[in-house]
Design a protein around this ligand. Sequence first.
Ligand SMILES: Nc1nc2c(c(=O)[nH]1)N[C@H]1C(S)=C(S)[C@@H](COP(=O)(O)OP(=O)(O)OC[C@H]3O[C@@H](n4cnc5c(=O)[nH]c(N)nc54)[C@H](O)[C@@H]3O)O[C@H]1N2
Ligand SMILES: Nc1nc2c(c(=O)[nH]1)N[C@H]1C(S)=C(S)[C@@H](COP(=O)(O)OP(=O)(O)OC[C@H]3O[C@@H](n4cnc5c(=O)[nH]c(N)nc54)[C@H](O)[C@@H]3O)O[C@H]1N2
Ligand code: SF4
Ligand SMILES: [Mo]
Length: 671
Amino acid sequence: MSRELNVLGACPLDCPDTCSWVVTVKDGEAVRLRGNHDQPYTRGALCVKVNRYLEHTKAADRILHPMRRVGPKGSGRFERITWDEALDEIARRLTGIIDEYGGEAIWPYQGTGTLGYIQGETGQAGRRLWNALGASYHDLNICSRAGNLGLRRTNGTPGGMDPESFAESRLILLWGTNTLTSGHHLWKFIQQARAAGAHVVTIDPIRTRTADQADEHLAIRPGTDAALALALMHVVLDEGAEDRDFLENHTHGWADFEREIRRYPPSVAAEITGIPEKDIRALGVRLAHTRPTGIRATMGIQRHRGGGTAMRTIACIPGVTGDWRHVGGGVSYSTSAHVPIQADVRPDLLPGPVRTLTMTRLAEGLADAARPVKCLWVYAANPMGSTSDQNRIREGLSREDLFTVVMEQFPTDTVDYADIVLPATMQIEHFDLHAGYGHMYLMWNEPAVAPPGECLSTTETFRRVARRLGLTEPSLYDSDLEIAGQLLSGGHPALEGITVERLRREGWARMNYPDPFLPFADGFPTASGRLEFPAENEGYVPPFSAVTGGPYKLAMITPAAHTFLNTMFGNNPELGRRAGTPEILVSGKDAAERGLSDGQRVRVFNGNGEMTLHLRISDRVAQGVVATTKGNWPKLSPGGVNVNVLVDEQDADMGRGAVYHDNLVEIAPLP
Ligand SMILES: Nc1nc2c(c(=O)[nH]1)N[C@H]1C(S)=C(S)[C@@H](COP(=O)(O)OP(=O)(O)OC[C@H]3O[C@@H](n4cnc5c(=O)[nH]c(N)nc54)[C@H](O)[C@@H]3O)O[C@H]1N2
Ligand SMILES: Nc1nc2c(c(=O)[nH]1)N[C@H]1C(S)=C(S)[C@@H](COP(=O)(O)OP(=O)(O)OC[C@H]3O[C@@H](n4cnc5c(=O)[nH]c(N)nc54)[C@H](O)[C@@H]3O)O[C@H]1N2
Ligand code: SF4
Ligand SMILES: [Mo]
């Protein structure tokens, strides 16, 4: 009888939960995937997407062999070649480009397809090779940068509450976060809090599925959250409920910030946010008198012109209420700053200083004629589906003089523009080390099965490229387990006792932080050692949708789709079926003003481009706001584009963050 084997792994996707999973292997084949019951955050459940991960690894459209382009760029016509042929061509082209233009002409465009420390972006997989070649730096700012920087300004770190401590909160604000879609494991802790009497409020321009489950929903006008935060603090002051002792002993800049708060009474914030004054006041009173208040504010909030400031100002609330004193109080954005793992990418290998190219500015970078990009090397990314200003990206990727290599699992729209395609392993086929950005655990991923076809992991691909280029630097050839050992060897007390051996045996480990965890019990990691308030006039930056004139009147937001993970699973037939026809939600008034009816196919457009969507008249959005989702594959959508054809390549106020939820559009009937 053949034996069944259970292999512990972790979900690699860009999701806060980083689930622990168990793969059952029989006769060398993965036959079952389930959530690990023993892991305290996952507790046995995965999600609607990853329940299909095994099926996805065996999908008919999986890329299994290296390929070379034979048709025009964008046609997706390839011939199968051997790894030897692929590596020869890569070595020849890279050497030519470096000789003529220097290493800086290479753009290693790494995305968030996997968050692994060994294979993925958190460990900057491949960067040692890029340093040895003098390639440009890639600034992976697409997802959370503006919010990270905003929080850093206030708290000195984006790290905050342990999400498990929401179980202790008595007022929970789910602010610009769609918990039940974008990281549903937190819900268990919210339920626990509710059972103990907690009140749950969602603050979101859309009445999401999370809002449906909450006690209260405030339909905020997109990009105006900082004004609401200031008004809530105004009410706290009106109630005399500020924590004087905390303000005096743990914060910096209060006198100035108090003046800023006074500029935003609920009546003013009501004008800006579209939320009735009485609702703002009622929530402010609740906030004033409920300890602990836990605020879960994630990435949705900061995909706006003033996104960094929004997080900075929201983070001031527990400074005024003193909530950081309490387990279950404070703000939770991402826990990644609590993970003291620093990959050694060997900057000393760089031949000299190199420029930085910005992920959110791909179209601009590819159009730069003065310092041209000659090789775009895409891995774990799908810029044709996920990055702003799709039409201009398509133009850039069509450049005949651009040598494009794409390491992929599936034939994405980006793959269609590749000169060389390299087949990539999926998570059950390679080693990796992970941390969650929504919990306090490290996770190990042991390969469960051999890679199908000729798929190679990211690390193995780069080892082979280095060898073909004749590079002799030994660290370019470190094995995955050696890399894992290096990652864990930083000597930080939070990692003490967490070794590769232990992780391989146990699958996961909680980092050594006190449990329960008070992140700022020993002060704030700012210059002053205190929580630092913004100065007067620096508490709120209005969105593009409020400051841009012109013919487009509807503020469009484009958050996470329930059945896709960014563009991943966009090609899965069942998840595609469940997602249904891409829709745009429009209020009844806006539809009527434009003579549009429910279910109709419409043209959605602005200065960047246009697309076709089904119109859904819905009271889930307020007048002036329209909503669709990210994640559809352009080539599987009407007109061959997705919503990023409408998203402008503009910067948020901090870190050049993307502004996916801050674009104006118009809608018209299809001719
Ligand atoms: N199912 C699924 N899960 C995912 C993803 C996915 O694609 N699908 N993506 C993953 C990734 S990469 C990330 S970064 C996270 C992102 O997950 P979230 O942090 O939840 O971010 P978004 O989905 O962009 O937006 C969350 C909510 O913010 C709302 N929102 C938009 N603008 C504003 C605003 O101005 N103010 C307020 N208050 N709310 C606003 C949106 O309507 C949405 O309901 O989720 C991860 N999880
Ligand atoms: N309109 C709109 N657009 C958005 C957003 C939004 O809110 N609205 N959100 C943005 C956010 S938060 C993010 S994080 C970005 C994500 O943008 P990207 O980083 O481009 O992520 P994906 O589109 O999911 O593409 C990841 C690709 O990596 C591949 N992949 C997965 N694992 C591996 C691996 O191990 N090796 C290799 N070689 N490939 C792998 C997958 O098959 C997939 O095609 O999208 C952004 N785009
Ligand atoms: S996408 Fe998120 S919820 Fe789903 S399995 Fe992965 S980590 Fe868990
Ligand atoms: Mo993201």
